[in-house]
Design a protein around this ligand. Sequence first.
Ligand code: 5RP
Length: 248
Amino acid sequence: MTTLSPSDIAKKACAEMAGSFVKDGMNVGLGTGSTAVFLVDYLGQRVKDGLNIRAAATSTRTAQQARACGIEVCDLNDLGRLDITIDGADEFDRDLQLIKGGGGAHLQEKIVAAASDKMVVIADVSKAVDRLGAFPLPVEALCFGRQSTLRHLQQAVADLGYADKPITLRQKDGADVITDEGNCIFDLHMGQITDATSLAAALKSIPGVVEHGLFLRLAQAVVVGRPDGSTLVYDAADSQGVAAQIFA
Ligand code: 5RP
């Protein structure tokens, strides 16, 4: 038996709590990332125990894991509306605004979340922030003309009053990271995002930008995992009164 780190205990706890929201007959969106791995394992076990669901995956790696676990993975086009999507996040704030895309899958993740009646985020408590932006904001862009796209990104960020914010092309092992859709990713080192809505609109208007990692008005709740294995559910109304335990 492997011993989990405190961070993995938190991730597993929130993934399994959110996974318990999935009921027989549902169409489910499956997120991507190290927290979502625990979710897929958990749902795979429930499927082996008789749960009947159909899933849409948000990346090839999640689809592979889900199929290996015995979950029926379908084309999103064949499923229509999804009942629920459960996915991780790199940051979330009190308004349930998210930064996603640390794993480079935010394009499919956003399409799947937008196709869902409900998006539930699974995140360990370290992802809670007062203001988004410490985590570099991913922007997926076409490789074609990407130097021009980069200049437009720099201009857009400067025009919104963010001074000297580095923008880096994501690389791994010395090579450009290429997404499932064959695009590249820029990471915007914003530090603090003062107005996520205007930044999102500015990024979206740049030719060559395919999708950014700001998820606004998509998530209904966050299941927060803590290193002791406990969980808290946070929603916009803070109906459980847990904000003080989550946000510094
Ligand atoms: C992938 C994502 C992930 O959900 C996000 O990066 C969180 O990942 P993890 O659960 O590994 O911290 O957006 O594109």
